[in-house]
Each structure stands twice: as structure tokens, then as C-alpha cells.
Design a protein around this ligand. Structure first.
Ligand code: DC
Length: 207
């Protein structure tokens, strides 16, 4: 069973994907980490984020096993990942790695922006997780403060709006729900309720 979970930043898609994977005993890939890790290489090298050739080389050099999440989760990295994710050549360089992941014999759970539309259009279950920008900004501000990053809510809301706009407007694989995805709005749901709602969607699809 291939489960595709897409949605904007801080919608809850990552936690839902992780929990579904655990529940069904499937491998999970958070594809945002690929874009974050690509951007991280450029930042560590001191290369400009708009240097497409270097970004493609960084993307090609990634190995799925060596992500240091601590270095990839901060506020700056989400924005940088969105910048490199808007480059069609970077996306092309990361497609095979993601498609290979879907070929695990038992299936897989992947979360990102274009899983149901581009990476795994054949997925058995597609869920598009969303929530209001204000709710997502509150969640992200809490998460970043929890990581010791002092942040201002209004700045995080502005980040979220800017990232939504870039991710949804780019020409290559923009953030959008697949036509056959089920929309899950988590604005008024805590994580337990969101997971249960996602599980119900999977169970219904599986008949
Ligand atoms: O899911 P995330 O917040 O970790 O993703 C960070 C950025 O990476 C996101 O703003 C856009 C990009 N991204 C993408 O373009 N395609 C994906 N499948 C996943 C992430």
C-alpha cells in the first residue's frame, strides 16, 4: 500500500504520515528533508541558494540515510528548502530517489507537496492535509520555541504565507491536492484527532 500525504507547512502532515507508517508497519519518507538537506549543503558550502548547478549537484549527492534532522528543522531551513524546491532541475534530480522509496515490497508512506500528483500518482491512498495559516503559524511558533528558537508569531505567520505562495505558484510540481485526494482540514483537530481522521480515510479506501 502506497500512502501519499501532501499539504502546506505545519499542516500536521508529517506527524500524520509518521503515525500512519508506524500503525501499518510501512517505511516513511519525509520528502521535505530532501529539499532541506539540499539547501543545507549550499549554506554549509557558502554557495548562493539561487545557484542552480550547485543545487542540482547537492541534490544528486544526497543519501537518504544521512540526514541530521537537528540541522535541517530550523526556521531558516524551511524557507531555504522552498527556494531550492522551486527549481525544476532540483526536483528532477530528486524524483528517482523518491520513486525508488515507493517500491518497497510492503509499500510506503511519503509526505510532501507533490507526492499524490507527481511522485506517486498511482498511490492507493492520497490525503491532502491542510489547516488555516493562523493555526499553522501557531503550531510552528510553538515547535520552534520548543527547539529553543525565540520567534515572534507574526513573523512565523508571514513566513508561512510566503512559503505557501512560493510552493503553490511555482511552475514545477506546485503544491496542490491531487484530483483524487481526500482533503483533511486539521484546523480544529489536535494531533490525536487528526491521526484518527487520517486512519479512517485509509481504512475506507482499503475497503
Ligand atoms: O515539508 P517541509 O516544510 O519540510 O518542506 C520544506 C520545503 O521543501 C517546502 O516549503 C517546499 C519544499 N518541498 C517541496 O518542494 N516538495 C516536497 N515534496 C517537499 C518539500
Amino acid at each position: 500500500m502506497i500512502v501519499a500525504i501532501d499539504g502546506p507547512a505545519a499542516s500536521g502532515k508529517g506527524t500524520i504520515a509518521r503515525r500512519l507508517a508506524k500503525h501499518f508497519g510501512l517505511p516513511h519518507l519525509d520528502t521535505g528533508l530532501l529539499y532541506r538537506a539540499t539547501a543545507r549543503v549550499l549554506i554549509d558550502e557558502g554557495t548562493r541558494l539561487d545557484d542552480v548547478e550547485s543545487a542540482v549537484a547537492a541534490a544528486r549527492g544526497l543519501a537518504l540515510t544521512d540526514f541530521d534532522e537537528e540541522k535541517l528543522r530550523g526556521r531558516e531551513m524551511g524557507e531555504a528548502a522552498s527556494v531550492v524546491g522551486a527549481m525544476p532541475d532540483v526536483r528532477a534530480a530528486l524524483i528517482d530517489m523518491q520513486r525508488r522509496f515507493t517500491q518497497h515490497p510492503a509499500g510506503a508512506v511519503l509526505d510532501g507537496r507533490d507526492i499524490g500528483t507527481v511522485i506517486a500518482p498511482q498511490a492507493d491512498v492520497k490525503i491532502f492535509v491542510t489547516a488555516s495559516p493562523e493555526t499553522r503559524a501557531q503550531r510552528r511558533a510553538l515547535e520552534l520555541r520548543g527547539r529553543g528558537e525565540p520567534v515572534i508569531y507574526a513573523d512565523i505567520l508571514a513566513d508561512i504565507r510566503k512559503r505557501d505562495e512560493r510552493d503553490a505558484q511555482r511552475s514545477s510540481a506546485p503544491l496542490k491536492a491531487a484530483a483524487d485526494a481526500t482533503i483533511l482540514d486539521t484546523t480544529d483537530l489536535d494531533i490525536e484527532a487528526a491521526f484518527k481522521a487520517a486512519l479512517a480515510i485509509v481504512e475506507k479506501k482499503r475497503g
